[in-house]
Write a protein that binds this ligand. Sequence first.
Ligand SMILES: C[S@@+](CC[C@H](N)C(=O)[O-])C[C@H]1O[C@@H](n2cnc3c(N)ncnc32)[C@H](O)[C@@H]1O
Length: 232
Amino acid sequence: MPTSTITSVPEARPPARVAESAARKARFWDRIAPKYAADPIADMAGYEATLRRVQGLLSADQDVLEIGCGTGSTALRLAPFTRRLRATDVSANMIAIAREKLAAQPAPQLSFDVADADTAVAGRGEYDAVLAFNLLHLVSDLDRALDHAAQALRPGGLLISKTACISEMNRLIPSLALPLMRAVGKAPHVLCFDAGVLQKAMARQGMDIVSVERHGTRGKDIRVFIVARKPG
Ligand SMILES: C[S@@+](CC[C@H](N)C(=O)[O-])C[C@H]1O[C@@H](n2cnc3c(N)ncnc32)[C@H](O)[C@@H]1O
């Protein structure tokens, strides 16, 4: 078991690896998958703004990988803007729901797979874009996950991410509320960093930061949208 709910990510060096099996990581998400699928999106205008922005970055001659795709709603929206979209998630239950949605709403470009973003989900240089929405604060090792994402990209490819920056929240949330919620199985393990630390982690993997944005429309938005390019 991980010993705490929160792992702080330091600015300049990789965090200690949290040895956690994919099965253990998936357990929380498998349990909440039906509720996650049923819950409405809290900030629909912000979500639509992100989708429009991402659609503008993709094109129909691109191969795209999504990591941490959840129940596939975003992949279903984005697949028509790609040549091929392979969407992956560590939770088999999330992927089962995503596949049901795909069966009901076929998209020839789209496929769903169970895969852990802390390990190499793809071979080297296979993709023009890697998408990571609401994921990077949930992986076990940020540097390792970013390394795998960067390796999956072709030279010039884009890492397109939207990530909750837990250390931008009221301090009581990471120090008190999240540990309590995790103790009763209501929250996953999270990494605690701000947008600056996340950008530095991407830069450590050789990525150039193209854009840093916030799309939220409902008060303070802790979820940073970052586009980073693999040089080449
Ligand atoms: C907050 S949900 C976001 C889902 C979707 N991207 C979205 O924006 O709605 C986080 C997702 O990341 C997945 N996840 C957590 N850790 C992961 C990992 N190490 N590798 C792949 N997926 C992971 C969970 O199973 C869950 O589906």
